[in-house]
Ligand binder design. Structure first.
Ligand code: SF4
Ligand code: SF4
Length: 437
């Protein structure tokens, strides 16, 4: 069977980012296949441990994609200090020369797709473009492990998730897709104080005030953060325009430290601040706004006045998108000669975020977490929601298809992650409960 069909039938989407359907992503010809194992967000510990415990699957997955897309190069990118993962991958690759490792420094955002592509190929993905525009396909290491499992007939019904921050025992768990985040926090011993939560990493993750949220195929972490912690205010989407107007001195530090701007993509958050605060159009070309990856360096590290230029960029990006403005495909200028000096050490970022006490190991647990009830979300990533193919009252078995890709749409199949009875089907999810005798 063709690899894209195997991947599609297994319900694989990008495990580490926006959740692009993998059968569509790899349906191409490319020069490079890059495995992204950099896991740049502080406190998350999934990818490095997946590469350690499942090195064989990661290597097998990248080999399968390399062959399918006809690539010359298969490169696994990870940080040099992930020693256990490096050793496991080296042992798996052995003397073969069809897959190689690219070891990265410990900087943020090393795991940004743009950075990975530039690190390995020396090419810059244009604004509005894809890595394929420069001949590369980038897959998260867990996605590649899922591809290897799919070749053996397995479906994506589990996810590795780090539970960190202010919990009693930080850990990384294998859990069924659809399990409530509340169960993960319980497994980690609960929180140590009154907390809010971030789904994902501290920089790019989303703040939520409830944990009654199901794990999806893209969930990488749940972090408990004390309610009074300043990070929560920094992550709030609200922008105080009067504050920006009176405090932003247009020093341009946010722009100078922006990693996407350093790649020559004309990402200039200081101009976004000026535009919003004064209610004027952006001066100059605005296309670069679409290249902002929301890494937050401008907010968390660059601005000494506690302003939120990254939020200004998201606000303008959303406004432009809702006005129907689409990015032009272009690389604006040359890569900055000072790019190397701009690499932000993760330890410095963690200190700046006020998270040093939570920067601890989150070891992978031997036993997978079980669930009595799961809610399989119908929309987990890029594309249209999946369409339920089961109804309330149906008995389903683990691995059974419960939602299919909408006709002629981009999307992904969903499978039951536990055996049981379908107890609810809504526009958003399918609920399955184990039958208790
Ligand atoms: S947002 Fe902060 S870093 Fe950026 S120009 Fe204004 S004061 Fe400077
Ligand atoms: S969040 Fe800030 S630093 Fe990051 S890409 Fe966007 S503008 Fe640049």
């Amino acid at each position: 069977m063709e690899l894209t069909k195997i991947i599609c039938d297994a319900g694989i989407l990008g495990a580490g980012g926006a959740g692009f359907p993998t059968h569509v992503k790899v349906n191409c010809k490319a020069q490079y296949v890059l495995a992204n194992g950099a896991e740049c967000e502080p406190l998350l510990r999934v990818d490095q441990q997946v590469m350690q415990v499942d090195a064989a699957a990661v290597v097998r997955g990248i080999r399968a994609v390399k062959e399918f897309v006809g690539a010359e190069h298969a490169v696994i990118c990870l940080k040099a200090h992930y020693h256990a993962a490096v050793d496991a991958l080296k042992a798996e690759i052995g003397s073969a020369d069809d897959v190689r490792l690219h070891l990265l420094e410990t900087y943020y955002p090393a795991g940004d797709e743009q950075q990975i592509v530039y690190e390995v190929t020396g090419k810059v993905v244009p604004t509005g473009g894809l890595p394929l525009d420069v001949g590369a396909v980038v897959c998260n290491v867990s996605t590649l492990a899922n591809i290897a499992a799919a070749i053996d007939g397995k479906k994506v019904i589990d996810k590795y998730v780090t539970v960190g921050g202010a919990v009693k025992t930080p850990m990384t768990l294998k859990v069924p897709v659809g399990i409530s985040l509340t169960k993960l926090l319980e497994a980690a011993g609960g929180t140590t104080c009154d907390c809010a939560y971030i789904i994902g990493g501290p920089c790019m993750g989303m703040v939520v005030d409830t944990t009654d949220i199901p794990v999806t195929k893209t969930t990488g972490g749940i972090l408990a953060i004390p309610k009074e912690h300043p990070l929560l205010q920094q992550k709030s989407p609200s922008l105080d325009l009067r504050l920006i107007k009176s405090v932003c001195c247009q020093c341009t530090m946010c722009t100078q430290m922006c990693p996407r701007n350093a790649l020559g993509l004309n990402v200039q958050p200081h101009k976004a601040m000026r535009s919003l605060a004064n209610g004027i159009d952006l001066l100059g070309d605005f296309n670069g706004i679409f290249s902002c990856c929301n890494c937050g360096i401008c907010t968390y590290q660059a601005c000494n006045f506690g302003l939120k230029p990254s939020q200004a960029m998201q606000t303008l990006k959303s406004a432009m998108a809702s006005d129907g403005i689409r990015p032009r495909k272009e690389v604006f200028g040359a890569v900055s000669e000072g790019m190397g000096a701009l690499k932000l050490p993760v330890s410095r970022l963690v200190g700046r975020l006020g998270l040093l006490q939570y920067d601890v190991p989150a070891p992978m647990q031997d036993k997978a977490l079980a669930a009595d009830c799961v809610r399989i979300k119908l929309h987990m990533g890029v594309g249209a929601p999946s369409v339920a193919v089961v109804a309330t009252g149906d008995k389903v078995r683990k691995n059974q298809l419960v939602a299919d890709i909408a006709e002629k749409k981009l999307g992904v199949k969903m499978h039951a992650s536990i055996s049981g009875t379908v107890t609810e089907v809504t526009q958003e999810y399918i609920e399955i409960r184990k039958v208790t005798k």
